[in-house]
Structures are given as structure tokens and as C-alpha cells.
Design a protein around this ligand. Structure first.
Ligand SMILES: Nc1ncnc2c1ncn2[C@@H]1O[C@H](COP(=O)(O)OP(=O)(O)OP(=O)(O)O)[C@@H](O)[C@H]1O
Length: 358
């Protein structure tokens, strides 16, 4: 599909270089899903005419029978964050990122336990003594209020320092679920998604965290794009289950992160094997090691495997985090969190400078 789309864009001339768009070096991302095409373009120089380019891209792609909507996104110019329009008369100082490490937790599809894994990884970081936050960016189906036992939170408060996160189990939490009920239908349009995610990132009084875990919605690129614009994301963790179909979806999620320039730190396999709550014995009902093998095949680190255990679902439903309770599932989360933190720290380390001696 995407090489096909690239061909369609060959009819569009880049005003900056005069070349067909795919040959101009400005086409940074191109994807279509559910008849919506997303095109990411690098910023142009003085010769650029972004309005004309946007119009031409929209016209070329919407002429296709399989595309109903086209979304054109220009990347911010290098060397700084694109300034956001502020309230009149109010000067906004350049903001420091909310955390030293910002880690997105994503999955290719729903139901693989991504939110459960994100919440327990966050609590594991807090347990290890790190100042930790969890931003529930899964605005289509927020589950942080349930997982952290915060379903009765009546809304988010604002102070002079910004929107105040709610603290539970040692983690500072912000979720759209505090503003709308978990089951309330909300229709999100692209710009609203971007606005909500940016506001959670920029306007929450996170208070200088060590780690911010971002629970991403499955699929769609809206949130990935919104995150990638203007915040230095350390990397992404992709959660999968061992089945082949889930792994295929996980690969798509990785491709989406990479296209938005968020490096993939590694993969966590959830529901890897079943631990019998009665005898404590493990059985590999899905065939173990699928995600590890796939991660190795793709050349990305494998961060750990979390067993399928009824106690995990029960704890989650009660608003408790199993990682804080000890036992084999808690240990699995602690090991995965440790591997994730190491991978994130490595991703942040600058590449060594190679010095040639005369
Ligand atoms: N390892 C596990 N063992 C037992 N139950 C689990 C495990 N992981 C997740 N679950 C349960 O599976 C269900 C789905 O988990 P969760 O909501 O975290 O998935 P998700 O991928 O975030 O889904 P969605 O995108 O729909 O929110 C929940 O009921 C959760 O308690």
C-alpha cells in the first residue's frame, strides 16, 4: 500500500527543490489506515510554499478511491521546538521536559495487556526509588483510573504550577479518564487528540520526574505523532502476546514508532505462560518464546516475559498493582522494568566520538 501511495505522490512537485515529492527527501512518513492517509513532511527552506504543497498532497491522495481523508503534518524545524501559540499577553518560558526518561508503552492491538504492563512498569520504577509518572494517553479507552484504584477521582485540579496529577501507589497519574468516565463515548478528532496529549505533556505539574511512562492507545498514529512533536521521547516499549497474529501487529506498532522517530527500546511479552494459581506450576499454553524469537529476528532487545496469572487480573480489577505485592508475577515485572530502564539509559547515551590519530 505505501509504495503505491508513494507513486501517487510522485505527481506532486516539492516547491522547495522542484523535484517530485518522493525524491525530494522531505517525505518522512506515509501511511494509510481505515481510508485515512497520513503524510509527514520535513520542513522546507525559504523557497518553500507549505500551503501549496499541502493542497497538492491532499488533492493527489484524495483522488484515490481508497482514501477518504488526508492528514498532512509538517515537522517542526530542526534546532528547536516549534513555538506554540500562547494566550495573548502571556509569556511562556521554554519548558524543561517533564522527565529525564520518557518511555512510551504501546501495542499493535488492544487486549494484549498493554495498560496493565504500563501501570506495573511505572509502579516498579517508583518501588525502585525513582520519581515516576504515568500519562494515560490511551484517550480512546483510558484504563489508568481503574488500574490505580482512582475511579472516584472527580476531575483534575489546576494550581499556579499547572494541572495537578493524582498520586497513587507512589506514581503521579494523569488520565483522560479523570475528565470523562471510562465508559463514556468520546469522539476524538485528530486536532483534539494532539491538543489533549500536548496538554498532558506540557501543562501538567509533573515536578521533574526521573521516569514518565506514557500508556499509548493501540494502532492509530495520532498520539505517536502528537508525542513526537516537541517532546524528546527516550523510546518505546512494545507489548505483545506470544501468538503470531499479535506479533504481526506488534511489528506494525514498531514501524509506526520508528516512522515518528521514536526509537524502539524493546519488547515485553505478556501472558507468556500460564501460572496455575493452585499448584504454582507454569504451562506454556501459547507456545513460549515467540516474542523473544521475533525480537531477536528484528534486532531489538527482549525486555522480559510476564506470566498469565488470574491474580494479576484480580489485582487490576481491585485497583491494586501486583508488582507491589511480591511473588513470581511481581518479580517478572521488576526484571522487565530493570531491563527497560537500562535500555532507556543506553538510548540516551551519546554515541562515542571516534577520534583518528595522525
Ligand atoms: N499477564 C496477565 N495475566 C492475567 N490477566 C491479564 C494479564 N495481562 C492483562 N490481563 C488482563 O487482561 C485484560 C486486558 O488488559 P489491559 O486492559 O491492560 O489490555 P490493553 O492491551 O491495555 O487493552 P485495551 O487497549 O483494550 O485497554 C484485563 O482484564 C487485564 O487484567
Amino acid at each position: 500500500m505505501s509504495s503505491d501511495l508513494t507513486q501517487t505522490l510522485a505527481a506532486v512537485t516539492d516547491p522547495q527543490s522542484g523535484k517530485p515529492l518522493p525524491e525530494s527527501g522531505r517525505l518522512m512518513g506515509l501511511d494509510a489506515r481505515d481510508a485515512v492517509a497520513t503524510v509527514i513532511l520535513a520542513p522546507g527552506g525559504p523557497q518553500d510554499d507549505p500551503a501549496a504543497l499541502k493542497r497538492d498532497v491532499e488533492a493527489a491522495l484524495s483522488a484515490r478511491a481508497d482514501i477518504e481523508r488526508v492528514r498532512v503534518i509538517f515537522e517542526a524545524p530542526r534546532g528547536g521546538q516549534k513555538p506554540r501559540p500562547d494566550a495573548p499577553g502571556r509569556q511562556r518560558a521554554a519548558k524543561a521536559p517533564p522527565a529525564r526518561l520518557i518511555i512510551a508503552v504501546g501495542s499493535g492491538k488492544g487486549g494484549v495487556g498493554k495498560s496493565t504492563v504500563a501501570a506495573n512498569l511505572a509502579a516498579a520504577c517508583a518501588k525502585a526509588g525513582l520519581a515516576t509518572g504515568l500519562m494515560d494517553a490511551d484517550i480512546y479507552g483510558p484504563s489508568a483510573p481503574r488500574l490505580f484504584g482512582l475511579t472516584k477521582v472527580p476531575g483534575l485540579k489546576k494550581s499556579d504550577a499547572g494541572i495537578e496529577p493524582v498520586e497513587a501507589h507512589g506514581v503521579k497519574v494523569v488520565s483522560m479518564g479523570f475528565l470523562v468516565g471510562e465508559r463514556d463515548p468520546v469522539v476524538w478528532r485528530g486536532p483534539m487528540v494532539t491538543g489533549a496529549v500536548r496538554q498532558f505533556m506540557d501543562d501538567v505539574n509533573w515536578g521533574g520526574l526521573d521516569v514518565l511512562i506514557v500508556d499509548m492507545p493501540p494502532g492509530t498514529g495520532d498520539v505517536q505523532l502528537a508525542l513526537a512533536q516537541g517532546t524528546p521521547i527516550t523510546g518505546a516499549v512494545v507489548v505483545s502476546t506470544p501468538q503470531n497474529l499479535a506479533l504481526d501487529d506488534a511489528k506494525k506498532a514498531m514501524a509506526l514508532f520508528e516512522r515518528t522517530r521514536i526509537p524502539v527500546l524493546g519488547m515485553v511479552e505478556n501472558m507468556s505462560y500460564f501460572i496455575c494459581p493452585h499448584c504454582g506450576e507454569g504451562s506454556e499454553i501459547f507456545g513460549r518464546g515467540g516474542a523473544r524469537a521475533e525480537a531477536e529476528h528484528l534486532g531489538i532487545p527482549f525486555l522480559g516475559e510476564i506470566p498469565l496469572h488470574p491474580a494479576l487480573r484480580e489485582a487490576s480489577d481491585r485497583g491494586e498493582l501486583i508488582v507491589l505485592k511480591g511473588g513470581p508475577v511481581a518479580q517478572a515485572f521488576e526484571r522487565a522494568a530493570d531491563a527497560m530502564l537500562h535500555a532507556a539509559q543506553d538510548a540516551q547515551r551519546p554515541a562515542p566520538e571516534i577520534v583518528f590519530e595522525d
